[in-house]
Write a protein that binds this ligand. Structure first.
Ligand SMILES: Cc1ncc(C[n+]2csc(CCOP(=O)(O)OP(=O)(O)O)c2C)c(N)n1
Ligand SMILES: [Mg+2]
Length: 518
């Protein structure tokens, strides 16, 4: 008897696996059933259930930032993809490699206006560097190979592949071999020479780094260049993944707010940008500039996000003879804090206790600056931030980072308001026994909005602002929420209790949550 032909769904899964995909963050439905069944037959792709698609997409972002290879998501038609949208937006901005696999109606069913039929392509486009819809089961594996190659090309990006149900259940010709990855575009030698001339010109200069330049040998090359030329080394406000801590070259963060950001960049003769774009304000404000660099500064983008920033920095260091050891941040571990619990105390406790090689996911919003400052000399770690500005990413990103790096502890610093967008990520952390310590900055407020209200020149604070920015009524019980999802939790109202809770949480494997009443 002839063997049954492999389904299109299994050919897709086997193709993803052959191209290095090892995790699938999923919330499936009926149109994905053949893909679900195929997961059983392709055991090296780990299925991880998320109870909301925004958790799945954020987890894929955290995974991709840390693993450098894409995870898959498995999403249910347009509505499932739409639920995943905000965290896909964050991944898109971070240029995280991700392969979204989105089930859809069978091709002949799609035009009949069934309840879940929608314009999937229009949902996908703004958050996809690459998009395709498989035409049939025979072509689906080739599409899957192209999707992985696209997600890994040009330094990384989001690829979305729609798999209609009949492309999943129909007969295929088996998996397709991995397709070639297009590396980031090389930076022309003239651009390197021009950047070298700019940095040699004398006068105040700075090197602004982001993307691939914020870690590894690229970061070290940037630090060597800064040391050799006297340029200041500044990093993007919200890096996707920044290496920092004792023994790592220190870069100064570009502040979030327009005024201190323009002040940081004021008076520069030259600004060389590498791995990112020329800096712009997060929002426009009446009377404030949108472009952050001084209009008199010569701004030069040595390498944009799709270009080879690492090679450009090595070439620039070579051109400048910047061969010495770069200056490294020295260890600065504060005494454990005492007394009132505020962001500085949380930063001090974290700096004292952070294990070497930890991954810190920072969605602590108004608490972030003092925590960042306090941890500059902590044991070396990676710092993952809200690159796309859409809140609700911290808990999911921490989840995915922990799946990618099971041997590294993950600490997630999370605003209480931001936490509530995707709180069910805790359930996935418990189920997968992930080593994540979540610290909730429980100020019972959307504090940043209160602050921004006056900055944009809106009328005096009224009852609507109270109604829309206060989240303390009813009071959220994060300890109860965590425990209900299988995550042991404690509440801390002073620095001593917090430090003890953090020490315990970091020492234990598996997820823990601390509600820090600040
Ligand atoms: C998807 C999305 N929705 C809404 C916002 C607007 N927003 C920015 S910060 C914020 C509240 C953050 O509150 P919290 O996490 O408690 O931090 P806090 O401001 O209290 O420090 C909101 C609603 C956003 N950035 N993204
Ligand atoms: Mg808050």
């Amino acid at each position: 008897m002839a063997a049954e032909p492999m389904t299109g769904a299994e050919s897709v899964l086997r193709t993803l696996s052959a191209a290095g995909v090892r995790a699938c963050f999923a919330n499936p439905g009926t149109s994905e059933m053949h893909l679900v069944a195929a997961l059983d037959r392709v055991p090296d792709v780990r299925p991880v259930l998320a109870l909301f698609e925004g958790v799945a997409s954020g987890a894929a972002d955290g995974y991709g930032r840390m693993a450098g290879i894409p995870a898959a998501t498995l999403l249910h038609l347009g509505p499932g993809l739409g639920n995943a949208f905000a965290n896909l937006h964050n991944a898109y901005k971070a240029r995280t490699p991700i392969v979204n696999v989105v089930g859809d109606h069978a091709v002949e069913h799609a035009p009949l206006n069934a309840p879940l039929a929608s314009d999937v392509a229009s949902v996908a486009r703004p958050v996809s560097h690459w998009y395709a819809s498989a035409r049939d089961a025979r072509g689906a594996a080739t599409d899957a190979a192209a999707a992985v190659a696209a997600a890994r090309s040009h330094g990384g990006g989001v690829a979305t592949l729609v798999v209609p149900a009949d492309a999943g259940w129909g007969p295929s010709s088996g998996p397709t071999a991995p397709m070639p990855v297009t590396p980031p575009a090389p930076v022309p030698a003239e651009a390197v020479a021009e950047a070298a001339a700019a940095l040699r010109a004398g006068g105040p200069a700075a090197l602004l780094i982001g993307g691939a330049a914020s870690r590894g040998p690229a970061l070290r090359a940037a630090a060597r260049i800064a040391a050799a030329t006297g340029a200041r080394l500044i990093h993007d406000t919200f890096p996707a993944r920044l290496e920092r801590g004792a023994g790592v070259p220190a870069a100064q963060p570009l502040p979030y707010l327009t005024e201190p950001a323009t002040e940081t960049l004021a008076g520069l003769g030259h600004l060389v940008v590498c791995g990112t774009q020329a800096p712009v304000a997060f929002f426009a404000y009446p009377g404030l500039p949108s472009r952050l660099a001084d209009p008199a500064t010569d701004v030069r983008v040595l390498a944009g996000p799709r270009e080879d920033a690492a090679a450009a920095l090595e070439a620039l260091a070579g051109e400048l003879g910047a061969t010495g050891e770069p200056p490294l941040a020295s260890a600065r571990v504060p005494e454990p804090p005492t007394g009132a619990l505020d962001p500085s105390a949380i930063g001090a406790a974290l700096a004292a206790l952070l294990p070497e090689g930890a991954i810190v996911v920072d969605e602590s919003v108004t608490a972030s600056a003092p925590i960042v400052q306090a941890t500059a000399g902590a044991a070396p770690h990676d710092w993952l931030t809200l690159t796309g500005g859409a809140i609700g990413q911290g808990l999911p990103v921490a989840t995915g980072a922990a799946v990618a790096c099971p041997d590294r502890p993950v600490a997630c610093l999370e605003g209480d308001g931001s936490a509530m967008y995707t709180i069910q990520a805790l359930w996935t952390q418990a189920r997968e026994a992930l080593d994540v310590t979540t610290v909730i900055l429980a100020n019972r407020s959307y504090a940043i909005l209160d602050f921004e209200l006056s900055r944009v020149g809106a009328a005096a604070r009224g009852p609507a602002a109270d109604a829309l920015f206060g989240i303390g009524r009813p009071d959220l019980d994060f300890v109860g929420l965590a425990r209900s999802m299988g995550v042991p939790a404690r509440r801390a109202e002073d620095a001593e209790t917090f430090t003890a809770a953090l020490r315990e949480a970091l020492a234990e494997p598996g997820p823990r949550l601390i509600e820090a009443r600040v």
